[in-house]
Design a protein around this ligand. Structure first.
Ligand code: URA
Ligand code: ZN
Length: 391
């Protein structure tokens, strides 16, 4: 998919991030993660986001301000993260007609309560202006100030809902600090549902570093374990907790788009169902019989969409099947730009990204190139679900 496609079907990227310059400035001012640091000898500043990156950060800092660390922590903060023209160049290079852009992790989760609300207003207004500068090409998922008082979160939802190019919100799994199954989050989820703002659920926190072992902490495995396993498992746990807490029944008009094809959910939904049906404690509570219980499968088919950021047609087919009959209509192409650039940086970043090709090839492999299923996943579904009709 190196060139714009001959077909008229739209290609839409529902999973694509940016950090507006004011967000980068916040990261540059910080002493703990998330942060941005420059190291002598490194072309780009480094963006250090994840707990799993802290051991390498500590080693790099301990070598002193003038030394070039042997292993640079985090990832390069390339011009792709904050530049709108770079985003448009990336879209043109990969034949992407429309992007629904979102702030990347960890969003506003780390801000003090007093600044979270005003920062959300500023960031969401920036995204809105970027979209307005390229009408019909860009939409966005707003960020929420989840550390602020409830009133400020609700005002932020009202502000986002009134922005013409806003099509939902991006959320991590921490909720108000106790996860997405927290009853205190219900008013927020109800407000989102009432405003017809779907949640794009995205991982950040992963699994505790101890799970990955000392060799990972020493840097032996790069970022593979937290990104390939930690992220998807985090999403899986968060959504399963919401399901078990009855959140989907409490807010039946809530809609969620799950990053990375729902983590492990398409593969594990059957096991989750079986564990519920065979749970003696839940049986005593009268929570196993279906009906009246909607099964995990039913919730997936009624309230959940999955992105297609899974890099293989095996995973993609599982996502489509989990989404049920006509499930291809609930799965949507994404790139995760500006993460996963070609390794080596430089000019390569301006060309075709293998990470993008893997995802478009997975769609072709699962459906056949140019088929209605493929065109739906590549863009048609997102146009319908997120009302990307140009206004
Ligand atoms: N790494 C991140 O921190 N976020 C992404 O979205 C992808 C990779
Ligand atoms: Zn992402």
């Amino acid at each position: 998919m190196a060139q714009p496609r001959a077909s008229k079907a739209k290609v839409v990227d529902v999973h694509t991030h940016m950090y507006p310059p004011e967000y980068i400035r916040i990261l540059e001012s910080r002493l703990t993660i998330p942060l941005v640091r420059s190291f002598p000898g490194a072309t780009d500043p480094r963006l250090i986001l994840l707990d799993a990156e802290v051991p390498a950060l500590n080693v790099a800092l301990s070598s002193g301000p003038a030394a070039t660390p042997s292993v640079l922590p985090g990832r390069p903060l390339t011009r792709h993260f904050a530049s709108l023209s770079q985003k448009l160049h990336f879209m043109d290079t990969h034949g992407i007609d429309i992007s629904i852009v979102s702030l990347a992790n960890p969003w506003l989760d780390f801000l003090p309560p007093a600044t979270a609300g005003p920062t959300a207003t500023s960031i969401n207004t920036s995204f809105s202006s970027m979209c307005a500068a390229h009408p019909g090409r860009l939409y966005f998922f707003a960020a929420l100030p989840l550390t602020a008082p409830q009133e400020a979160i609700l005002s932020s939802i009202a502000h986002a809902a009134a922005l013409p190019y806003c099509r939902g919100v991006i959320l991590g799994t921490s909720g108000l600090g106790s996860g997405l199954d927290d009853p205190l989050l219900l008013p927020i989820l109800r407000a989102l549902a009432t405003a017809s703002l779907p949640i794009f659920l995205h991982p950040h926190y992963g699994l505790p570093n101890a799970v990955f072992g000392p060799l990972a902490a020493a840097g032996a495995y790069g970022h593979v374990l937290p990104l390939a396993i930690g992220f998807p498992v985090e999403t899986t746990i968060a959504v399963t907790r919401m399901y078990l807490a009855g959140v989907f029944d409490a807010v039946p008009s809530l809609r969620m788009l799950l990053a990375h094809s729902g983590g492990c959910l398409p593969f594990l939904a059957g096991r989750i169902e079986s564990c519920i049906v065979h749970d003696g404690h839940l049986a005593v509570l009268g929570k196993t019989a279906s009906p009246p219980r909607r099964t995990v499968w039913e919730v997936l088919r009624e309230q959940v969409y999955l992105d297609a950021v899974i890099y293989s047609n095996v995973g993609l087919k599982a996502a489509v099947q989990a989404a049920g009959e006509g499930g291809a209509g609930r799965v949507m192409f994404g790139t995760d730009h500006p993460f996963f650039p070609p390794v080596g940086g430089g000019e390569g970043e301006d060309g075709v990204w293998e990470s993008v090709e893997l995802n478009s090839l997975a769609v072709e492999g699962a459906f056949g190139a140019g088929t209605p299923g493929a065109e739906g996943v590549m863009g048609g579904n997102a146009v319908e679900v997120f009302r990307l009709f140009g206004e």
